[in-house]
Design a protein around this ligand. Sequence first.
Ligand code: ADP
Length: 269
Amino acid sequence: GGDSVLSVQLVPFDSTRKLLLTRDITQLERVQTVHRDFVANVSHELRTPLTVVGGFLETLLDLPDMDPASRESQLKLMFEQTGRMQRLVEDLLALSRLENGIEIREDRVDVRSLAQVLATEAGGLSKGRHTLRIELQEGAGGVRGNYDELHSAFGNLVSNAVRYTPDGGEIRLKWRVEDGCGAFSVEDSGLGIEAQHIPRLTERFYRVDRGRSRSTGGTGLGLAIVKHIAQRHQARLDISSEPGKGSCFCIRFPTNRLLEPEELVTSGQ
Ligand code: ADP
């Protein structure tokens, strides 16, 4: 890192060049800060569950004759906490794979059938607590992209909709062609998000409500993963929301990624 700072003094005076270098350094510093914050956040996210598990293990070792009911409840809590750490590590690995740019295999993704798969998964998460709807525009086929990545991106939006929508609410999955773009959106009638938070939602570990995110199994990395996947497909993530009314998360694919229904193969996915 120090090298670039030194090079400022080595170049002959040229105001435009100096401006560029200053900008490079500012950017470098920003990257370093983001990296430091990230490491601090990961450590913090791991420390809490580790402390819980460590504490319970100590108790169990100290009290071998503990009554079976308390023993079971402590084991359950440890199981939950290890699940939390597992999800965090899975999401971190997913992010790092995306950042390294591996796995860019392209498929002909039939978004209509993917939406059916997601609706089934949403049903499993919601367990009947929400009304689920799918709206597929006739003639909207699919996209050229990585099936697993798109499944994961759309799936993150669906699981958020379920987690941030109180019981009795409605969740809609939509797929349509709009202004030449393919738009996949997940809409919910949930808590909604205040405008000032929206630009920061895709930052790693940014959460509006920490308690709710954690208690519902959130890692704080879901939307960062969604944004990465969208970018790799030259797609855009648009978020709109009204507090108390609900939210809409929409991934828009450019025209050159769209596939007509006839271009889709039905096997191999
Ligand atoms: P998390 O694991 O915390 O859900 P995400 O990156 O998926 O992490 O989302 C970041 C934050 O955005 C969440 O903590 C939550 O505050 C907010 N959020 C995401 N989706 C929704 C939604 N459908 N409705 C309301 N808030 C949402």
